[in-house]
Design a binder for this molecule. Sequence first.
Ligand SMILES: [Zn+2]
Length: 294
Amino acid sequence: MAWIPPTRLTRTTLFLSALGIGLVVAACGETSIEAEVAGVVLADPQVDAASSQSTTAAPTTTAAPSTTTSTTTTTTTTTTLPVRPVLSSEDLIDRRVDTHDVHEPPVDATFVSTIESPASADIIARSTWNEECPVAATDLAYAEVSFFGFDGEFHTGELLVHVDYVDPIVDIFGRLHEMRFPIEEMRIISEYDLANPSADANTTSIFTCRRSVSSSRWSRHAFGDAVDINPFHNPYVSSGRVIPALATAYVDRERNVPGVITEEITAMFDEIGWGWGGDWNRVKDWMHFSATGG
Ligand SMILES: [Zn+2]
């Protein structure tokens, strides 16, 4: 993630404001246990403020985050935006952002995967795992898998997943690679990510030790048995609220653009018994698949 000069930051803020994006969101009274999300999130005492994921790179590779405080006439809650490049208007409608390589990319188009089960202590240390989490660190496996980017190149992603599901999940990512399903970014969510939610999150990930967006229950991500795929292309929608906030163009699920979950993909998860958030009734969480269906 490149350092963004101050003038660019100002433009980012103005750009988002001009769009009227709901950077500040009022409390949501919804209590669905289905609500799982990666995306922007809200400084709301009833909502886990750390329940979002950011596509911002780790602090070792970016400048310090800027704080953007915004208010509306209907709420007093605020949120913080990380430092990010400005997405073009085209990106908001048909997002095809190049992948920033965190790991060395594969040498060719052959799918490569490595599994470390359980994950080593240094991997756990850069994740959101802590003693309070509902899964033991020794029940999490680490996998690196090849994936196909929107830039037409192959990349290496990383996943932290419950040991019981690492094999079928790696198999699915192998099939996504084979069908050239584009993924923008795939890496472990860090504490830094949780503290720096973004309005344009698009990180594909599994384990995150956090609560559900709209309840105090643990998210299935906290158990390591739920995956979010291209959150921006497959947003979460509840009562008109869209997360990530800039992904409103993707609420229309009839658009046939790259990165959107297809029937072929839902069938893959169906085969391993995982449910899809796109099948929920009151809430739609198109990015989300989980072992329990919740
Ligand atoms: Zn999810």
